[in-house]
Design a binder for this molecule. Sequence first.
Ligand code: GDP
Ligand code: MG
Length: 163
Amino acid sequence: MSFTAAIIGRPNVGKSTLFNRLVGQRLALVDDLPGVTRDRREGKARLGDIEFRVIDTAGLEDVTDQSLAGRMREQTERAIDDADVVLMVIDARAGVTPMDRHFADLLRRRSVPVLLVANKSEGKGGIAGAYESFELGLGDPIAISAEHGEGLSDLFDALVPYA
Ligand code: GDP
Ligand code: MG
């Protein structure tokens, strides 16, 4: 596969939905099995005519112990280490939260290229969040709806340079 993309972001923005959308239904079913470790999932993504490895930094939102922040950070850092490009996902409906800024700060300290992905952008609910997201300093947001399969051609266009 030509390159590796890591999906990064705070819980509940739709990282796993995007992962499943990129990888396909087969792995999505596996993910629903109880007891399967969801700390990190990797899959072969297909978008248009490009194939790449995708890493979902997943599951830690279910952990409520004190080490959550540390583990989330460690997992994120490891995924960034392995990535040629990072998809930093935000929830366009929720707008930019302090935790989004935390992830953006972490990414700005690294040399990895970042694509800002404003998920949940179907309908009109995402417009405000997309504007707000410019403050993250990660460039123009790519508006998508992972759930509804919208905006994927824009994501494709942004990923082509890495293929
Ligand atoms: P993660 O914690 O970042 O991996 O987020 P999930 O993929 O588990 O999604 C969190 C919630 O957001 C779920 O209820 C999804 O159904 C919902 N979700 C994901 N993508 C979209 C989207 O494009 N639009 C809307 N409206 N909801 C979405
Ligand atoms: Mg997830």
